[in-house]
Write a protein that binds this ligand. Sequence first.
Ligand code: ATP
Length: 318
Amino acid sequence: MSYLKVSEVSKRYDAGSLALEDFSLQVKRGGVVSMVGESGSGKSSLLRIIAGLEVQSAGVVHLGDQKILNPAQKLVPGYDEIQLIHQEYKLYPNSTVEENIARPLLLYDKAYQKERTAEILELLSLRAFKDKKPRQLSGGQQQKVAIGRALSIEPEVLLLDEPFSSLDAIQKRDLIEELKEIFDALEVTVIFVTHDVDDALLMSEELLIIQKGKLLQQGNVREVFRKPASAYVARLFGYLNLIPGAEEAYVRPSEVKITSKTSIKAEVVKQQFLIHYNLLTVKLEDSELFWKVDDPSRSVNVGDEVFLDYQKEQLIQF
Ligand SMILES: Nc1ncnc2c1ncn2[C@@H]1O[C@H](COP(=O)(O)OP(=O)(O)OP(=O)(O)O)[C@@H](O)[C@H]1O
């Protein structure tokens, strides 16, 4: 059963074009989904509308049976149950980590404040830093404190709007993996917004692809990878090699095998050393087409002649 439900939401700012168009989306309770979309595709607008912080032009958002009211309908915008964290999310600079995390709990009794803050410090492995000020922490630790603060009041939904884009690649990867385990354990519903598919996949197998204010595809990564709804979605996962003579049939570099038998003949014109394999650029014989091919054995060189093969089931067609 869906829990967070966005129904036909549209958003137009002033006289501008539609930032969101008839956008519908359902996330189940405790689900963690990653939303991928390029800059300006409407991701932030959507999260702000879900959080009740932005007035939509049309449509409605529900959390369970509760209709989310927007700032035009509610005196104090936003909900404790729905926490939005973005890159510029500010911690209180003169308060310690512990005080920052305890801040949203000020209205609760002292014993609960203490207990819950200790729980969050433990959960996020921040106990050793509890007396430090935000400026004494790394970027990743600061973002963890921000998430700890949001989690302190036990929200039902956490909306993460590219919160890690200022972190370096290693910090980011470690933090996403750590948070993923925490979110799974807490059973909090999470939408993680990013423009980076690798980050999205580290966080969750459930993907939402958004482009120009429209939801292009929602589903498990295997399904999105195998049956992308459009060439745009397919290309988010990397290069596509056009099949000679075909209109819109492609094969991914990772699905092309270098074989010894006579199949598609090509000449290697470029070789790039990547982390897990060499990426080859090859020119197909009797064709103007260039393909990208993965060479995990790193055994092929520029100028070599290769034979290529792929399984028909691996073709991507639109
Ligand atoms: N307050 C605003 N006033 C006018 N236009 C806006 C406003 N906020 C967003 N927009 C426009 O709405 C569209 C969607 O913006 P939005 O920030 O939601 O996209 P995004 O996918 O989050 O982009 P980014 O990844 O760059 O943050 C863009 O064309 C943007 O210029």
